[in-house]
Design a protein around this ligand. Structure first.
Ligand SMILES: NC(=O)c1ccc[n+]([C@@H]2O[C@H](COP(=O)([O-])OP(=O)(O)OC[C@H]3O[C@@H](n4cnc5c(N)ncnc54)[C@H](O)[C@@H]3O)[C@@H](O)[C@H]2O)c1
Length: 335
C-alpha cells in the first residue's frame, strides 16, 4: 500500500480521493490538508484514521506519507512540489506544474539536483483511450506525415478561480501538452486570434483561436470556448499527407427518434476523462509502489507547457506572433 498525502481537497482533490479510495488498487490516503480548514475537516469525515494537517509542508514531512498528490490552486503548486523533492518523496502534481516559467525552472533545477525523477504532472489526456488511439494512428504512418491539427476545447462554464488569462493558462495548456506529446515535437511559436465575444463570458475574452507551430513545421489551431453552455466537448483531427485521424464521439448510445439523432454530451472533465484519470493515477501508484521513477508527464513537460502557455498569453496581449525557445533539456529528461 502506498500511503498518500493529499494537498487541496477541492473539486479534483475530492475526485482523486474518491478514485484512490474506491476505484484504484494499492493506495491508502493517510493525510490531507486544505487552506480551507472547514473543507478539509468535512472531507476527513469520510477518511477514518487520516491526519488533517495545518499546512502542506507539515503533510509532506509526515512519516506516514510515502508520496504526495497536489490538487491545490496552480500558484501554490511550486512550494509543495519543492517540499516533496526536498523530502525525497514522489509527487503527483495536478496541472499546471507551476504558473510561471521561473517557478517551473526552479522545480526542474531541484529535481536535477536530486539526481532522480520524483515529479509527475497531471496531463491526463496522454492516458485517454481515444487520444492514445489517435496517436497510434498517426504514429502508424497510415495517414502519412501529420501536417496540421484542428482542436476544439469547449467548456459549459468556468470555475470560480478563473481569471482573464486562465483560458490559456488553465484550459489551453491541455492542448499544449497534448500537441507536444502527439507530434513528438516542441512548439516553437504561438499566435492568438480574437473574435467577437460570447455574451455568456462577461468580461472574459471568450472564445479564442490559438495557433501553434511546431519545430517540424506543423500548424495546430485550437478553438477555446469556455462558456458555451451545452456541455464539455473536446475535439481533435490530425490532417496528414494521405488522410486524417479524428477523435470519435464518446457517446455509448445514440438515439434516433422524431426525425432527430441524439447522443449525450459530457457535462465536464470529470465525466469525459474519468477513465483517463483512473489509468493515469493507477500507473503512477504502481511506479511508486515498485520504487520506480514516474513514467508520465515529467517536470520537463510541465516546464515546456508553461513556457508555451506564457508565450500564448503574450500573443493574446500583443496580438503578435510570439516565438518560443526552451532552455537546454537536462540529461535527466532525455531518453
Ligand atoms: N487535469 C485536469 O483535467 C484538471 C481538472 C480540474 C482541475 N485541475 C487542476 O487542479 C487544481 C485544483 O483545481 P480544482 O478545480 O480542484 O479547484 P478547487 O478550487 O475546486 O479546489 C482547490 C482546493 O485547493 C485549496 N487550496 C488553495 N490553496 C491552497 C494551499 N495553499 N494549500 C492547500 N490547499 C489549498 C482550496 O481551498 C480548494 O479547496 C488546479 O491546478 C487545476 O488546474 C486539473
Amino acid at each position: 500500500m502506498v500511503r498518500i498525502g493529499l494537498i487541496g481537497t477541492g473539486a479534483i482533490g475530492q475526485d482523486h480521493l474518491r478514485r484512490m479510495t474506491r476505484v484504484l488498487a494499492g493506495a491508502t490516503v493517510t493525510a490531507i490538508t486544505d487552506v480551507d480548514a472547514e473543507v478539509a475537516k468535512r472531507v476527513a469525515e469520510g477518511l477514518p484514521g487520516a491526519t488533517v494537517h495545518a499546512t502542506g509542508e507539515d503533510l509532506v514531512a509526515d512519516p506516514a506519507v510515502d508520496a504526495v498528490v497536489v490538487c491545490s490552486w496552480g500558484p501554490t503548486h511550486e512550494q509543495y512540489v519543492l517540499a516533496a523533492i526536498a523530502a525525497g518523496k514522489q509527487v503527483f502534481c495536478e496541472k499546471p506544474l507551476a504558473t510561471t516559467e521561473e517557478a517551473c525552472r526552479r522545480i526542474v533545477a531541484a529535481e536535477v539536483a536530486a539526481g532522480r525523477k520524483l515529479v509527475q504532472v497531471g496531463y491526463m489526456r496522454r492516458y485517454d483511450a481515444a487520444y492514445r488511439t489517435l496517436k497510434a494512428a498517426v504514429d502508424s504512418g497510415e495517414i502519412g506525415a501529420p501536417l496540421m491539427m484542428h482542436c476544439a476545447h469547449r467548456n459549459a462554464g468556468v470555475p470560480g478561480f478563473y481569471e482573464k488569462e486562465s483560458i490559456i493558462t488553465d484550459t489551453a495548456v491541455h492542448e499544449i501538452d497534448m500537441v507536444r506529446w502527439l507530434f513528438g515535437e516542441e512548439i516553437t511559436a504561438a499566435r492568438v486570434l480574437v473574435p467577437r465575444r460570447n455574451r455568456n463570458g462577461g468580461d472574459l475574452q471568450d472564445p479564442l483561436l490559438l495557433l501553434l507551430e511546431t519545430a517540424g513545421g506543423a500548424l495546430i489551431d485550437v478553438e477555446l470556448s469556455v462558456n458555451i453552455r451545452y456541455g464539455y466537448d473536446i475535439r481533435g483531427e490530425v490532417i496528414g499527407e494521405d488522410g486524417t485521424a479524428e477523435l470519435g464521439t464518446q457517446a455509448e448510445v445514440v438515439v434516433r427518434s422524431g426525425g432527430r439523432v441524439a447522443s449525450p454530451v459530457p457535462l465536464d472533465w470529470r465525466e469525459r476523462f474519468a477513465r483517463a484519470y483512473d489509468v493515469e493515477l493507477q500507473e503512477w501508484l504502481d511506479t511508486v509502489a515498485a520504487g520506480l521513477p514516474p513514467a508520465g508527464p515529467s517536470a520537463w513537460d510541465g516546464y515546456a507547457a508553461a513556457v508555451v502557455s506564457d508565450a500564448s498569453v503574450a500573443a493574446l496581449r500583443t496580438g503578435e506572433r510570439v516565438e518560443i525557445t526552451l532552455m537546454d533539456r537536462p540529461a535527466l529528461y532525455t531518453g
